[in-house]
Design a protein around this ligand. Structure first.
Ligand code: ADA
Length: 571
C-alpha cells in the first residue's frame, strides 16, 4: 500500500500499479461472455491507480469496465492481493476464477490465494461505478461519479502462519501508557504448529509468547506492556510511536500516537486542554486525477492547510487515502473521518432500506478497522445532511452510532445536520455539526444568528443542551478570477464577504467549538440536463472552494487565512 512508512520488513510485498489492460462494457455482456478468462480484443491501456473519467472517451462513463494485469509467482506461495480502493463494485478473478466481490469505493479489501502455483497468473477485475438509491453514495451526490481502480493494488506473499491484524489499545495516566496489542494470527498450514510472537515499540518489548495454532485455524492473543514518560501526540506536536509485531516468519508494523479526546460541557478537549477547531472540508479530488489523488499533491494540500492556519480538516465525504491520513498524523493536523453517506436529497425509502443500512454499517466497520490507529482522527462522522426529522433517520442513527461506539470508545461521534431546529437525533452524538448556507441558499448571513438561537432552544428539549457545536459547513460560491467593485453573486468578493461575516458570528459565540468552511478547493460535480439537482454549479464545478480546483487562492482564502492565523496568535 502507499503509506508514508513501511508496514512489512519480513513479508514480501510489491505493488501491481502500472499499465493495465482496460475495456468498457457498456452493454454489460462481459460476465455472460466470460471476459474473466477471455479478455476481449480492442482493449486499451490504463494506468492503475486512476479514474477512467479523466481519460478521453470515458469522461462521462458510468457502468462496467474490465481491467487486466499479470503477476509472476517465483515458487508456489500463499498470495494475498490487497485493493486499497475500487469505485464502487469490484469482482476479482484470478486465472479466470471468481475470487471475491467488494462494494465500497473508499475502503480497502483483500483476497487470499493459498498455495498459488509457481508461474504467471492473470488478474482480471470487473469494476462497476453504477450507483443507485441503495448504494453509498446514492446516485444523487454533489461530486463527480468517478469510476476505476482509484488506489493501489498490492501483492503480498504470506507464510503458512501469518498476522491477519493488530489492534493497539492504550490507557493513559499522566505520562505513562498501559498498552494492549490484540493480534490475530491465521494458519494456512495443513498441520498444527507453534510460532513465537514478539512485539516491540520504542524502548519497550511487549511480553513474547509461543502460540499453538491448529491447522487452518485462527488464534487471537493480547500482548501487554507499559510505557513511561510518553510524549503525547497533539496539534502541531506529532509524536508518533511505531509498533512492530513478529510472528514466526511474518511481521506487521503500524503507528499510533498517544492522546485523549473528550467533551466537557460545550468544549472539546484534546489531552485535557480546550481545543478550538479551525478548518475546512476537503474532497480528495483534482480535475486531472479525480479521486486517484497523487501523493505529491497531498503534501501540497497539507502545506496549504497549514499556511491557512487550520488545525483540522473534514474528510468530506468518504474515507480518505491512508497516505493522506499518515501525513496528517505526521504534521499534527486533526481529521474528521466519515463514510459516503450524503443525504441532502435522500428519500425515506433509502434511509429505511435494510441493504443500504447494512452497506453503511459494513463501511463504518471497514473505515474504523483500517484507520483505528491514526491519532489525527478525532471524530467519526456517521452521516451528512440526511433528513434527521424522520423516524427512519432516527433508526439508522441508532444503528450507525451503536456500531461506531461498539468498535471505538476513544473518539467522539459526530455528524452534520441540515435541520438543526427540528432534528430528532441530536442526543445520540457527542458533538453536533451544523451545515447551513445563509447568504447562499437561504436568506442573508444574519440568518445564522437566529438559526443558532432556535437550535439552542431545540437542543435543550432534545437532550443535547450544552453539547459542543461545530459549524461543519457554510460558505458561498466564488468563481476564480471573477471580481468587481461590489460583492456580486458568484464573485470572489461575494464569497469572501459571506465567509468573513459568518466567521465573525461563529467566533463571537462561546458555545461554538469550531468552524469547517465549505470548502477547501473547487471540485468537479455532476450536472445533468435531465435532473433538477446542482443547477447552480457553474462550469460543472462546486465553486465554493477557497482555492480553485488547481489550488490557486481566491480572495476568500486570504481573508480566512488572516482570521485563522490571528487566532493562532491570540488564543
Ligand atoms: C452540502 C453538502 C456538501 C455540498 C454543499 C453545497 O452541505 O454536504 O457536500 O454539496 O452542501 O455546496 O451545497
Amino acid at each position: 500500500m502507499i503509506r508514508t512508512f513501511q508496514q512489512h520488513i519480513l513479508r514480501p510485498t510489491r505493488l501491481l500499479n502500472g499499465l493495465w489492460d482496460f475495456i468498457t462494457d457498456p452493454d454489460n455482456i462481459g460476465i455472460h461472455e466470460g471476459w474473466a478468462s477471455k479478455f476481449p480484443e480492442g482493449s486499451r491501456k490504463h494506468v492503475v491507480p486512476s479514474c477512467w473519467n479523466n481519460e478521453l472517451g470515458t469522461y462521462e462513463y458510468i457502468g462496467a469496465a474490465w481491467y487486466r494485469t499479470y503477476f509472476d509467482n517465483v515458487q508456489e506461495t500463499n498470495i494475498r492481493l490487497v485493493f486499497e480502493g475500487i469505485l464502487h463494485h469490484a469482482d476479482v478473478y484470478v486465472d479466470g476464477k471468481h475470487i471475491g466481490y467488494h462494494f465500497g469505493g473508499f475502503t480497502q479489501f483483500s483476497v487470499l490465494l493459498p498455495e498459488l502455483a509457481q508461474g504467471k497468473h492473470e488478474l482480471v477485475i470487473r469494476v462497476d461505478n453504477t450507483v443507485d438509491w441503495q448504494t453509498l453514495p446514492t446516485d444523487i451526490a454533489d461530486w463527480h461519479s468517478y469510476g476505476g481502480i482509484i488506489r493501489s493494488v498490492e501483492l503480498q506473499e504470506l507464510p503458512d502462519v501469518y498476522i491477519d491484524s493488530m489492534k493497539i489499545d492504550y490507557q493513559l495516566k499522566d505520562d505513562s501508557a498501559d498498552i494492549q496489542l490484540h493480534i490475530v494470527l491465521h494458519s494456512l498450514s495443513k498441520g498444527d504448529c507453534q510460532v513465537e510472537v514478539n512485539a516491540f515499540t520504542e524502548g519497550l518489548s511487549l511480553s513474547s509468547s509461543h502460540v499453538d495454532i491448529a491447522a487452518g485455524q485462527a488464534v487471537s492473543l493480547t500482548l501487554r506492556g507499559s510505557l513511561e514518560k510518553i510524549r503525547r501526540w497533539d496539534v502541531g506536536e506529532p509524536e508518533l510511536y511505531t509498533f512492530t509485531v513478529q510472528a514466526g516468519e511474518d511481521d506487521l508494523i503500524d503507528r499510533t500516537g498517544f492522546r485523549t479526546v473528550e467533551v466537557q460541557g460545550s468544549d472539546i478537549l484534546l489531552n485535557g486542554k480546550k481545543l478550538y477547531l479551525q478548518g475546512v472540508n476537503r474532497h480528495e479530488e483534482h480535475p486531472e486525477w479525480g479521486f486517484a489523488f497523487p501523493p505529491k499533491l497531498m503534501l501540497k494540500d497539507l502545506d496549504i492547510l497549514t499556511d491557512m492556519g487550520c488545525n483540522i480538516v473534514r474528510g468530506s465525504h468518504y474515507p480518505q487515502s491512508q497516505f493522506w491520513i499518515d501525513l496528517l498524523d505526521e504534521h499534527g493536523m486533526l481529521l474528521w473521518s466519515e463514510i459516503p453517506m450524503w443525504g441532502c436529497f435522500m428519500s425515506k425509502e433509502t434511509l429505511g432500506s435494510p441493504i443500504f443500512i447494512e452497506r453503511g454499517i459494513k463501511m463504518l466497520d471497514e473505515m474504523i478497522s483500517r484507520d483505528y490507529h491514526h491519532p489525527s482522527i478525532i471524530f467519526w462522522g456517521a452521516h451528512n445532511e440526511i433528513d434527521t426529522r424522520t423516524e427512519e433517520a432516527l433508526e439508522l442513527t441508532k444503528a450507525f452510532v451503536g456500531k461506531i461506539r461498539s468498535m471505538d470508545s476513544s473518539r467522539l461521534v459526530t455528524y452534520a445536520t441540515m435541520h438543526p431546529e427540528q432534528d430528532i437525533v441530536l442526543s445520540y452524538f457527542d458533538v453536533i455539526g451544523i451545515n447551513k448556507y445563509y447568504g447562499w441558499y437561504e436568506g442573508s448571513v444574519d440568518g445564522f444568528s437566529s438559526m443558532l438561537e432556535n437550535y439552542y432552544i431545540h437542543a435543550e428539549k432534545h437532550g443535547a443542551g450544552g453539547k459542543p457545536v461545530i459549524m461543519s459547513e457554510f460558505g458561498a460560491a466564488g468563481i476564480f478570477g471573477d471580481s468587481g467593485w461590489e460583492p456580486r453573486l458568484f464573485s470572489e468578493d461575494y464569497q469572501a464577504d459571506v465567509v468573513t461575516r459568518a466567521l465573525k458570528i461563529f467566533r463571537d459565540d462561546p458555545r461554538i467549538a469550531g468552524t469547517l468552511i465549505w470548502h477547501f478547493a473547487d471540485i468537479r460535480v455532476d450536472v445533468r440536463s435531465d435532473r433538477p439537482y446542482f443547477r447552480d454549479r457553474a462550469r460543472s464545478f462546486n465553486n465554493k472552494g477557497l482555492l480553485s480546483e488547481y489550488r490557486k487562492p481566491k480572495l476568500a482564502y486570504r481573508v480566512v487565512k488572516a482570521i485563522y492565523r490571528s487566532d493562532l496568535l491570540d488564543r
